[in-house]
Design a protein around this ligand. Sequence first.
Ligand code: SF4
Length: 193
Amino acid sequence: MRKRELQLKTLAEKAQGCSRCPLHRGRTHVVYGEGPAAASAMLVGEAPGRAEDEGGRPFIGRTGSFFRKMLASCDLPSEELYITSAVKCRPPGNRDPKKDELTACRSAWLEKQIELIDPPLILVLGKCAAVQMLDWRGSLKELRGGFHSRQGRWLQVTYHPTAAMRFPKIREDFRKDLQRFGRNLAHSQNSNR
Ligand code: SF4
């Protein structure tokens, strides 16, 4: 096993015992994330839902299935991406993660994941993930569309897949965002060859 893969696996195992924020109390599994350790793009969602909490994997419920199909239809096969979330434990009743929970999980796990995987591009899914990744306090609309620089990487912000699943208008914009992300990923892969 390569060094980076091993380091990521070790971190994921360590995270299973994490109690750095109150979300540990109600969880079944810590949903650390999944994907290749050398993925050229990372996707950061909000938080595990019920299905993810039970199954221990990100985006495997109804929304997850919708999202993975949309990714595939935009030439972004989910198995080639590293998928994780802003917090790794399910908030009670699927409420939004609180600021202190976001901060705790970011410093304990998310920053280390990003550092190890070292992806040039990150797709940020929804408002909580935008708060987590860009310390953003405005509306999602203001961030959506453009690319944002963060510590030498490019971040693209889009809607959370749940909103895209529920609302047809958002779904179309979401598809355009995924296609745009796919084009930028292909460009970044070609320029690294
Ligand atoms: S959400 Fe993150 S910081 Fe909080 S207990 Fe779970 S793994 Fe730890």
